[in-house]
Write a protein that binds this ligand. Structure first.
Ligand code: NAP
Length: 250
């Protein structure tokens, strides 16, 4: 099966590096025009130059609803339509016991990881997808369905994002499909502190024998955003090398 998104326009948050950048590159290689978004112009400029194809960039903080609005408008101005929204940007400013998280970092985690996808989806729907249809993909985490005490607040926002995915899928059908991916541990900057010190041992413990690469998520993302997934909505695709099997087998 050749998964293509020719003629589609995608907007990807957190697209300057890691998983978001890989998703933007895979969508572009599969035929889409892609608007890449994150907070830093220089990194976006470098990423879009490397990805090539029909790409552009817009600076926006994923946790700011007005900037989400501006990014959606910029996409429509640049490419004339919006068919695919990937809510990928997330933050994890606190590691430690969830019971002791301070309010500023809790608020930031919620506003970027959970309220953010609501705002971006809201603007994508009202400016474009309500009339023309489309696909929304939320990048959650297997942490949204399992318990790790050191990143409990982050994981709770991912659990909420999975629920939001199902809610929006019901609300926006039949025109807009809404799905989520729950990645396991992927070798990016965000997760570096978790994997870098112990990579070989962690890989050996994984059912599929290695940690994830951003491209593992990008291929699944492109499938869910394409017409190959036209009868799939409200679902979460776990892409974790089998990591959750350990949780279920004990
Ligand atoms: N890596 C993993 O093991 C893993 C596992 C499960 C789930 N995930 C999820 O996968 C997604 C991507 O993570 P990643 O590992 O690729 O992270 P990453 O390598 O740290 O990249 C994060 C991207 O998001 C942008 N970003 C961060 N905060 C932002 C904000 N407030 N507004 C707009 N953009 C922001 C960053 O650019 P700027 O800093 O320039 O804004 C960057 O482009 C996240 O939703 C994460 O929760 C990752």
């Amino acid at each position: 099966m050749d998964v293509r998104v020719d003629g589609r326009v995608a907007l990807v948050t957190g697209a300057s590096r890691g998983i978001g950048r890989a998703i933007a590159a895979e969508l572009a290689a599969s035929g889409a025009a892609v608007m890449c978004s994150s907070r830093k112009a220089e990194a976006l400029e470098a990423a879009t130059a490397e990805i090539g194809g029909e790409t552009a960039w817009v600076v926006a903080n994923a946790g700011d609803p007005d900037q989400a609005d501006a990014a959606v408008r910029a996409t429509l101005e640049r490419f004339g339509r919006l068919d695919i929204l990937v809510n990928n940007a997330a933050t994890n400013p606190y590691m430690g016991p969830t019971i002791d998280i301070d309010r500023p970092r809790l608020d930031k985690t919620i506003s970027v990881n959970w309220a953010g996808p609501i705002a971006w989806s809201h603007h994508a729907w009202h400016h474009a997808m309500r009339e023309r249809g489309g696909a929304i993909l939320n990048i959650a985490s297997i942490g949204g369905v399992s318990v790790e005490s050191s990143i409990g607040a982050y994981n709770a926002t991912k659990a909420a994002l999975l629920h939001l995915t199902r809610t929006l899928a019901a609300e926006l059908a039949p025109g807009v499909r809404v799905n989520a991916i729950a990645p396991g541990l992927v070798k990016t900057d965000m997760a570096r502190a978790l994997w870098e010190p112990h990579e070989a041992a962690m890989a050996r413990a994984m059912p599929l024998g290695r940690l994830g690469e951003p491209d593992d998520i990008a291929r699944a993302a492109t499938f869910l955003c394409s017409d190959a997934a036209s009868w799939i909505t409200g679902t979460t695709l776990v892409v974790d090398g089998g990591a959750l099997l350990h949780a279920s087998l004990g």
